[in-house]
Ligand binder design. Structure first.
Ligand SMILES: Cc1cc2nc3c(=O)[nH]c(=O)nc-3n(C[C@H](O)[C@H](O)[C@H](O)COP(=O)(O)O)c2cc1C
Length: 193
């Protein structure tokens, strides 16, 4: 009985490990996109970037990323909140910093600021990775008031009022730009072979 229980634990443990960090598909270069998203637009951006990479990258949230040692390259993406990375991305970098330093190829942020003014976010992200990515890009996301926590709603409402902007839902995601970024990453990977 004890042996069966141990065997069951091992099988379940392996299953969970696979769930937490999907292994690279056979014959494909192992690339994983790790993202952290509060309200979904960074997750969607990560999905579209992977689509641009012709499905050659696994996509996993920073909170669920297990051991990523099996991947050759890592792409990181985070939403920006009060000028900071998502807490899950900060925690991921604390835990897996050494791996990221060796394998980081690209990073992206999703923010409300216009992408051409988001350079400081990308620099802060790269600094926290202690690595210089080959590619870095800022994207815009969405704000859906119905998704916001009470605290975030209050904070953003006050911010918009103070800045003299209407506090309205927006969706500035741009799938074509994300697909393009995915293609660029793929091209860089090809050059590295
Ligand atoms: C609480 C909060 C704080 C934010 N702070 C910033 C900020 O400091 N700078 C910025 O450019 N965008 C800021 N934004 C906008 C988000 O970065 C943007 O909505 C992004 O698309 C969120 O990604 P997500 O949908 O994956 O959570 C903030 C959004 C929220 C909800």
């Amino acid at each position: 009985m004890k042996i069966i229980s141990i065997a069951l634990l091992v099988v379940l443990g392996c299953g969970l490990a696979v769930f937490a960090a999907p292994a690279p598909a056979e014959g494909q270069k192992g690339v994983v996109i790790v993202y952290a998203s509060l309200y979904g637009s960074t997750a969607k951006t990560a999905e579209w970037i992977a689509e641009g990479m012709a499905g050659k990258a696994a996509v996993v949230s920073a909170a669920e990323a297990g051991d990523l040692g099996g991947y050759d390259k890592i792409v990181l993406g985070s939403g920006i909140y009060n000028n900071k990375l998502h807490a899950d991305m900060a925690a991921f970098l604390e835990k897996q910093g050494a791996l990221v330093k060796d394998k980081l190829i690209a990073l992206f942020v999703v923010c409300g600021a216009p992408p051409d003014q988001a350079g400081p976010y990308l620099e802060m992200f790269a600094e926290k990775c202690r690595a210089k990515p080959l590619l870095a890009r800022a994207f815009n996301g969405w704000m859906k008031k119905e998704l916001l926590s009470a605290e975030d709603y209050k904070g953003l409402e006050a911010y918009y009022k103070g800045a003299g902007y209407p506090f309205e839902n927006y969706d500035q995601t741009d799938k074509a730009k994300c697909l393009e970024f995915g293609k660029e990453i793929l091209a860089r990977l090809g050059e590295m072979k």
